[in-house]
Design a binder for this molecule. Structure first.
Ligand SMILES: Cc1ncc(COP(=O)(O)O)c(C=O)c1O
Length: 416
């Protein structure tokens, strides 16, 4: 093998300083200080290519899709379906029709609740979740509980915020209709052993929904390898626009499910007496979708794939280790969520200051973190807190961002 070939095959180094230049929003000052953005778990900043694609579609390729016989509409439709194919390849789904565009991960979970679980539920049937779920994977099941008597069963976590697998297994029962778990906890950063969870559930003949809202931006996802029945994510956490997300579902399951909402696009023929539904995935996509956002999500996927998810993961893993060591040196600070398998999230409390005050004081230094319960109130309370401050990492964060955070936290610790 020649030296040139060897060089070409070597993985590209991850040049975070160059990558940062792709993100216009990061190039600003806040309260006179350079912005340090540490709230990517809530929503990621967008690279210029994504922003440009939104504008480009609206300028050049915009018309309603799947309807027009004219060239512009056909072009817009092709773009939309090309974006679907990109999501398919990104998740390694077997077929593009297994990808349903949704508004976000929340809508994907609600779709599965209403179209997959609801028709199967008898009073006393159960959905099994974990104690670390986002509210998006709690409340849809409570709606079914109130409407139909579904029981919500919760597998507990230990004091580190790790799922207790033996307790999880003990809660699988003949009454379980679905196992629905987050891959990565947004509040703690815990990575759940989803492959093991799917295997266990399948041994009991049970389908699994994976909430990958905090996973797809940090690691390679392969739904065929995982073999889950359903998986959801949001575009806005994957450096794409808001208003677009996706539900992956195995084709045979999606085909057998009733529609989630009624309207245009999801039908093949309508009379006042009877409606024939469209084929999957369109059966689940009632009304005009987020046309420009879907195209821009496709570009966001291209962007992270060009950087390489493995390189992104390696960069973020190093940074999480650096940040964990640095935060542990801050007087009076305790990290909340200390799982062995963790990813990109640092929740913490301080003896001296309430999380709300920490967030406000950090903001004065130009540092953006989230404070509160992070839409995961039960797990924050389980670990003994009413709220935490949360710094979450994205592919554009640097050691300098962490140094700025730590310096500011040291000042806060000395103030109180
Ligand atoms: C783990 C997890 N699931 C679901 C959601 C809901 O995402 P969205 O609000 O985009 O629907 C979030 C958002 O923070 C999340 O972190």
């Amino acid at each position: 093998m020649s030296a040139a070939t060897l060089k070409a095959e070597r993985p590209k180094p991850f040049d975070v300083e160059r990558v940062r230049l792709d993100f216009p929003c990061l190039q600003q000052t806040v309260h006179g200080r350079p912005l340090v953005f540490l709230d990517t778990a809530a929503s990621a900043q967008k690279p210029a290519v994504v922003i440009d694609e939104l504008a480009r579609v609206l300028r050049e390729d915009y018309a309603n899709i799947h309807r027009g016989v004219y060239a512009l509409s056909e072009r817009a439709t092709d773009l939309h379906e090309a974006a679907r194919a990109k999501v398919q390849r990104f998740l390694n789904a077997a077929e593009a029709r297994e990808i349903v565009f949704t508004r976000n991960a929340t809508e994907g979970i609600n779709l599965v609740a209403q179209s997959f679980v609801r028709p199967r539920v008898r009073p006393g049937d159960q959905v099994l979740i974990t104690a670390m779920e986002h509210h998006a994977n709690i409340v849809p099941w409570q709606l079914l509980r109130d409407q139909l008597g579904l029981e919500l069963v919760v597998a507990p976590v230990n004091d580190h915020g790790e799922l207790l697998m033996d307790q999880f297994e003990a809660r699988l029962s003949p009454r379980t209709k679905l196992v629905s778990v987050t891959w990565v906890s947004n509040a703690l950063g815990t990575i759940n052993p989803v492959h093991e969870i799917v295997e266990l559930a399948h041994r009991h003949g049970l389908p699994v929904l994976i909430d990958a809202a905090q996973a797809v931006q940090h690691m390679t996802v392969d739904v065929q390898d995982l073999d889950c029945e359903f998986l959801v994510f949001s575009g806005h956490k994957l450096y794409g626009p808001s208003g677009i997300g996706a539900l992956y579902g195995k084709a045979d399951l999606l085909a057998a499910m009733p529609p989630y909402q009624g309207g245009g696009e999801m039908i093949s023929s309508v009379s006042f007496e009877h409606t024939e539904f469209n084929e999957i995935p369109y059966k689940f996509e009632a009304g005009t979708p987020a046309i420009e956002a879907a195209a821009a999500l496709g570009v966001a996927i291209d962007y992270v794939q060009e950087l390489g998810l493995e390189q992104i993961a390696a960069h973020e893993t190093d940074l999480l280790a650096y940040a964990t060591r640095a935060l542990q040196q801050v007087p009076g600070l305790r990290i909340v969520g200390t799982a062995r398998q963790k990813c990109s999230v640092l929740s913490f409390v301080m003896d001296q200051a309430h999380p709300q005050d920490i967030g406000t004081l950090l903001d004065l230094d130009g540092i953006a973190v989230r404070t509160g319960q992070h839409c995961a109130q039960p797990v924050i309370e389980r670990l003994g807190h009413s709220a935490t401050a949360r710094a979450s990492l994205g592919l554009y964060n640097t050691e300098a961002d962490i140094d700025a955070l730590v310096a500011s936290l040291r000042r806060i610790a000395s103030m109180f």
